[in-house]
Design a protein around this ligand. Sequence first.
Ligand code: PEP
Length: 251
Amino acid sequence: MRTRVVAGNWKMNKDLSGSRELAQAVARAADASPSVEVVISPVNIYLGAVADTIRGSKLKLSAQNMHWAENGAYTGEVGPTMLKEIGCSHVILGHSERREYFGEDDALISQKVRTALAHDLTPIFCFGETLAEREAGRTQSTVEKQIRGGLEGVSSDDLTRIIFAYEPVWAIGTGRTATPEQAQEVHQFIRSLLSNMFGTDVSSKIRILYGGSVKADNAAELISQPDIDGALVGGASLKPADFEAIIQAAR
Ligand code: PEP
């Protein structure tokens, strides 16, 4: 039985008091659904304040990005030990917005995945095809390339510590969700790819989240698919009642 995960990516939204308020509401929802691993990912500079707010609850804290080095001359960056020290247990890596706007490629993402694992941070490793790639029939080859690239150098012993997140780019923030069948088809492909790469025992334990316009009213059907183990949620994670409904859908 794989523990389901519902993770909220707040992106560059919410001020300090809004972050605290939202975190408080989500902490209550997480404590009411102990069978679900609930994670929030506020803006970096508010991570410490949010960690204080949710202390004592089951809610887990994630960064939205991380540098691959421990420390050094990397102006503006934050390293893994700093995130751990401030209370993070998870880190989102390879999000399509990082790939698109900040030029992150598979090689860089794999460095970050290895760094996160080495520092006992759980990577939420994102990948997914663009609309053009889907329409050209390249969904599976794109996803396979991103997974193989992002896992470069990762030991098979560490695989189950990674949370995978399939996020078709055309569904992120667009209101256009993959149908449960479309999502399941890709999730099944991902699991069989991981099975070929690392064996069935490992692949059967890996959590694969779906992300892309998950809302209160479509979460249950998506998460009930056999190879979908939860959701990575952007827009709807900023609305406490909607996010709570998605958590409940994962119970
Ligand atoms: C995301 O950014 O990871 C995401 C899934 O966003 P949204 O839910 O808004 O599509």
